[in-house]
Design a protein around this ligand. Structure first.
Ligand code: PLP
Length: 383
């Protein structure tokens, strides 16, 4: 399939697939070779060079989904994040990062950057002026994540890309929470889009992978570092990921709908003191979310009333699993203060607005009535 103007679900299903010329099978054949004859190809094909047939095919699909010229698939979301950042930073450089970041990215920056001589600043808030305030003479990169984890705050894509252009910076976004179904940051002028494909792209809690999409020129630069860092992945995983993405459009649409309905239910529930979902008109960034997202995503977070024990509530759930990770077809939830953001100090958590009782909820594709019933009975047990 060659037409990038095709609809989203058509791209998900068909774009960048390999033809089974020999047997005319319906799906992409899987090529597991780590060795390819020199005389057959102009390029040296090798899995760590990100150029095996399945890798190239999937990269084309991801690039099309993100309206990018090119893309690469990595062995994990963190391989994608670290390689993209390090490709544009060197000793003496400075990077401005949004204050609310995925825990692993925060750890990468705070635990590793100093030893490479790279300095960093986290913004105080998420308004455009908060980013400008942290830019220095040696700033090279501006890094954002929207919607953010776990409070689903929204950062203004157009404003950040304008700031980056004005100051000659490379803008990067972790687009994992939105997925390409709901948000295409390149359309707003962001330079580099990163995904943990472990989440919505994989969608079934069985794949660890990452992706980066950008211009050919930027991807060339990232590739040079990537082949030395070695963050590649098995072609079997690549093939599985291609299969998963075929259903991403309809999966995420169902997750969007469930999250919207669940957030409305929780908002009306007198046992709940706060709900954070960009699809709620009460959300502080609802209008901004509307201006840059097609859907509001499958993630929300909430706080039960202080009188209800959050741990007992989670233990009492029967259908919804209390577990790490997110974005699978099954609904899961967790306490950020004990898990995803557990490595942060209490002060850092407070600074990010993450209360101890906050619960992050990843909506799956189950029937919403069953999910609500589960929440209701678990609240009754914990009250
Ligand atoms: C999970 C996640 C990552 C890291 O991805 P891995 O695949 O676990 O390495 C990065 N950013 C966000 C927003 C995530 O949710």
């Amino acid at each position: 399939m060659e037409n990038k103007k095709a609809g989203f679900n058509t791209i998900c299903t068909h774009f960048g697939e390999l033809k089974d010329e020999k047997y005319k099978g319906a799906i992409s054949p899987l090529y597991m070779s780590t060795s390819y004859a020199f005389d057959d190809v102009e390029v040296k094909r090798y899995p760590r060079y990100f150029n095996t047939p399945n890798q190239v095919a999937l990269s084309e699909k991801v690039a099309a989904l993100e309206h990018a010229e090119a893309a690469m698939i990595f062995g994990s979301g963190m391989a994608a994040v670290s390689t993209a950042l390090m490709a544009f930073l060197r000793a003496g450089d400075h990077v401005v990062l949004q204050k609310t970041l995925y825990g692993g990215t925060y750890n990468l920056v705070t635990e590793e950057f100093e030893k490479f001589g790279i300095s960093y600043s986290f913004t105080e808030g998420l308004k455009p002026e908060d980013f400008i305030a942290k830019i220095k003479e040696n700033t090279k990169v501006i890094y954002i994540e929207t919607p953010s984890n776990p409070l689903l705050t929204i950062t203004d894509l157009k404003a950040v890309s304008a700031i980056a252009k004005e100051h000659g910076l490379v803008s990067m976004i972790d687009n994992t929470f939105a997925s390409p179904v709901n948000q295409n940051p390149i359309d707003f002028g962001i330079d580099i889009v990163i995904h943990s494909a472990t989440k919505y792209m994989g969608g079934h809690s069985d794949i660890l992978a990452g992706a980066v999409a950008s211009t050919k020129e930027n991807m060339e630069r990232i590739f040079h570092l990537a082949k030395n860092f070695g963050g590649s992945l098995s072609d079997y995983t690549v093939w599985l990921l291609e299969r998963s993405i075929k259903t991403m459009g309809i999966r995420v649409k169902a997750q969007n709908e469930n999250a919207q309905k669940m957030s409305e239910y929780l908002y009306e529930n007198k046992n709940v003191q706060a709900v954070f979902y960009p699809g709620l008109p009460s959300h502080a960034d609802h209008q901004l979310a509307k201006s840059q997202m097609r859907g509001f995503g499958g993630m929300l977070s909430f706080e039960l009333n202080a009188s209800i024990d959050s741990y007992t509530f989670q233990q009492a759930l029967k259908l919804i699993k209390s577990s790490m990770s997110l974005a699978g077809v099954e609904s899961t939830l967790l306490s950020p203060s004990k898990t995803s953001h557990g490595l942060l100090s209490p002060e850092e958590r407070e600074n990010q607005g993450i209360a101890d009782g906050l619960i992050r909820f990843s909506l799956g594709i189950e029937d919403i009535e069953d999910l609500i019933e589960d929440i209701e009975q678990a609240i009754a047990v914990a009250t």
